[in-house]
Design a protein around this ligand. Structure first.
Ligand SMILES: *Cc1c(COP(=O)(O)O)cnc(C)c1O
Length: 419
């Protein structure tokens, strides 16, 4: 069996159209399957940050806002992200975190929601999305006059669309479930949401840079997403925010900072939003972080995301197949990621009673995945730098680790703060 898998992996790697990109990434020893949590450093980002640190900041100081183009760095990042998520030019802003960007989007929706008072989301959504929605609602309700309260409602994905009516202001969904790796049908979500006249907000945290996202064709209203996951922007990299062309003119977000002003350097009295997507900006950008993100985006510029998606699916399919054929279900490993490619993101997750211990045992062998409470071991497949031989190594390491039940128990008992 193993020889056959090895042959299959070698053949797939030999015909990998992204193989030449691998050298652009500084890969750790072993197999890194956590690019969905923190993408790896690129050579370009390392060099660009060094230059920004020593040259632009160290020597150029304040002149670098103009001379090094810091002032339009966010806009340049945005133009590199737009094609990756199927967005037309001028619809993406880069800055702040995904959480903050969701606050801006929900605030903007609330400002033009009329009598609509319901925000509907997935009960299994990433917690920050739900927390942010609840925070917006709390603020709205505390300032409310007479009338109905705002509320956040969480439903199971299977029944969510049946709950919609004309009182819904927004539906907030994440395209890929961070636990199970299930991909939703975003276009169908948009249709159901628009059928009741509500706005569809999509979180692309686990999509951008790995999936063939097509915001414009899907007719998504608003989207947010991370710079540090599959986009490889580095820890805490600036996030992005998308506003559909038809909402641009009426998009007014509540975090009215000076860099979203039409003329920031007039230092005028009274906020006047910038004419385009710039109004999503708030304050001074994190230049060093954004420099890393911009350079990392340069590495994948011009790639066809449908081809990237095809490789990602082939990688996860191969990985799941080796695990299945190794009979690991008998050792308590349960695949919770859809086999159907249309319903799968770019990760594979398993339930296991000692999932935390399993992830620790794998890390000791150089195979890095992560644990998500209560019992999920998660393996992300970043298609730009991973090979089929990596997927095979990881699957074989999992099989090996599962043989040592005692070690898993010991490792499972001692948990770190960041899992
Ligand atoms: C990772 C992730 C985030 C992260 O938000 P930050 O504000 O960058 O911490 C948000 N939403 C989802 C669905 C995520 O997976």
């Amino acid at each position: 069996m193993q020889a056959e898998w090895q042959k299959e992996a070698a053949m797939a790697d030999a015909s990998d159209e992204f193989a030449s990109l691998r050298a652009a990434f500084i890969l750790p020893e072993g197999v890194y399957l956590d690019g969905n949590s923190l993408g790896v450093l690129t050579v370009a980002a390392r060099d660009a940050v060094q230059n920004a640190l020593i040259g632009e900041w160290g020597q150029g100081l304040i002149t670098s806002w103009n001379a090094a183009g810091w002032i339009d760095l966010a806009a340049r990042c945005a133009s590199r992200i737009e094609p990756i998520i199927g967005a037309v030019s001028g619809t993406v802003a880069v800055g702040d975190s995904t959480s903050i960007n969701l606050f801006k989007v929900l605030g903007a929706i609330a400002l033009k929601a009329g009598e609509r008072r319901r925000i509907v989301t997935d009960a299994a959504n990433f917690p920050t999305d739900i927390y942010i929605a609840e925070g917006v609602v709390r603020l709205l309700n505390s300032a409310r006059g007479p009338g109905e309260h705002w509320q956040v409602e969480c439903y199971d994905r299977s029944e969510l669309f049946a709950k919609l009516d004309e009182r819904v202001a927004a539906v907030v969904l994440t395209e890929v479930d961070y636990r199970t790796g299930e991909r939703i049908d975003a276009a169908a979500g948009v249709r159901a949401t628009h059928a009741v006249g509500a706005q569809f907000v999509l979180d692309l945290a686990h999509s951008a840079g790995a999936l063939d996202v097509d915001l414009n064709h899907w007719d998504v209203d608003y989207a947010v997403g991370c710079g540090y996951k599959y986009l490889n922007g580095g820890p805490g990299a600036p996030a992005f925010l998308y506003v559909a062309p038809r909402h641009q003119a009426t998009f007014v977000q509540p975090v009215q900072g000076w860099l979203g002003h039409a003329a920031p350097f007039e230092f005028a009295k009274g906020y006047r939003p910038a004419p385009g997507i710039e109004r999503a900006q708030v304050g001074t950008p994190a230049v060093l972080s954004m420099t890393a993100l911009y350079a990392a985006l340069g590495v994948i510029q011009g790639v066809d995301m449908r081809r990237v998606r095809a490789k990602s699916l082939a990688l996860t399919d191969f990985f799941m197949r080796v695990i299945e054929q190794s009979g690991l279900a008998a050792r308590g490993l349960v695949n919770v990621t859809p086999r159907d490619p249309a319903r799968r993101g770019s990760q594979v997750s398993f339930r296991h009673p000692q999932a935390y211990g399993l992830v620790q045992a794998l890390i000791q062998r150089g195979v890095v995945g992560d644990f998500r409470a209560p019992d999920i071991a998660r393996f992300g497949f970043a298609p730009f730098y991973l090979q089929f031989s990596d997927a095979l190594k990881a699957a074989l390491a999992i099989a090996d680790c599962l043989k040592d039940g005692e070690l898993l128990q010991v490792l499972d008992a001692d948990r770190n703060a960041v899992t």
